[in-house]
Design a protein around this ligand. Sequence first.
Ligand SMILES: NC(=O)c1ccc[n+]([C@@H]2O[C@H](COP(=O)([O-])OP(=O)(O)OC[C@H]3O[C@@H](n4cnc5c(N)ncnc54)[C@H](OP(=O)(O)O)[C@@H]3O)[C@@H](O)[C@H]2O)c1
Length: 338
Amino acid sequence: MKPDHFYCLIVDQRAQHPEPKIQSLPNDRLPDGNVMIEVEYSSLNYKDALACQGNPGVVKSLPHVPGIDAAGVVLESDSPRFRSGSRVIVTGYDLGQGHWGGWSERIRVPADWIVPLPEGLSTREAMILGTAGFTAAQCVLALQRCEIGPEDGEIVVSGATGGVGSLAVRLLAGLGYQVTAVTGKPAQHETLRSVGANRVVGRDEIVDTTNRPMLSAKWAGAVDTVGGGMLTTLLRGAKHGGCVAACGLVAGAELEMSVYPFLLRGITLSGIASADCPYEKRFEIWRLLAAEWKPNDLGTLVTEVNLAQLPAQVEKILAGSVTGRVIVNLKDSSAWIQ
Ligand SMILES: NC(=O)c1ccc[n+]([C@@H]2O[C@H](COP(=O)([O-])OP(=O)(O)OC[C@H]3O[C@@H](n4cnc5c(N)ncnc54)[C@H](OP(=O)(O)O)[C@@H]3O)[C@@H](O)[C@H]2O)c1
């Protein structure tokens, strides 16, 4: 391939079963920005799968290159903050939404979106974490802000085999919390125990459908990646002073419940919005993830694919059947693209 061209996975129409295509494009098709990055790894998040469908809540215009995460090496920069050759991470902001994303050998982005790769992480490890790990870390910080410590009791994590969920289980377990993982995948109970869950519960066993305003108080806190009836169950069953960090909506976007748990038990519902996390906090979270919060077993529950193998994984994540993280290796695209 010519040096001023790059391969990317591009979505050019809205479709229920998307078929993004690999294309070679010249560098001048990249969007505006002061830093061009050679992407080494990207990842697959639920939002990327929605972008592949051309979901108008995620993608502003077509054609579009998805990928809300990217890590790689700076190729060109007109910002004094980043020199060519430095390794960097970009997650969130408008990457992979209004702006072409990381499922591409090259991206061009504003310097303000870029975090230097912290010591202690490779670009591959940064993408195993990606937006999922970054979001899981924000959920843990939300529990800590409510002064919920390991001694306070059980922390429930829903969607526990998913990207955010599996990393939340590992971060919480690494910090000494007692973790109850909730999953819809009976075959993955043992895996969840092996990555740190003290207890594993089936999704159907926990979700309460009675509409009772409050349930018996069981858990000190929760990380909810699912929404809908799961989120209202977690809020109604939390102990006095508990906190539920809510980041996901795979099971629904409505919140149908009364205010009693908030008024009678002082429960905090902490919303997590990772894309626009302020830069200083973002920097500190990546530092924590590279150092004292870095899971020992980061290499487990990881599926590594190339751009050509990615559409099959998109179908899997839309069906809720991915376990752990899917990362995209962009380093040797020329070897498998003819
Ligand atoms: N707010 C933010 O800043 C932010 C950032 C990142 C992600 N998110 C959101 O967080 C959610 C999870 O993202 P992800 O990338 O971790 O996705 P993911 O890897 O697909 O994980 C979602 C998990 O939820 C469970 N699940 C799937 N469908 C379900 C259903 N209908 N009912 C109940 N549980 C279901 C499954 O786990 P089990 O089989 O183990 O139950 C699935 O693996 C998404 O809604 C995503 O948009 C938000």
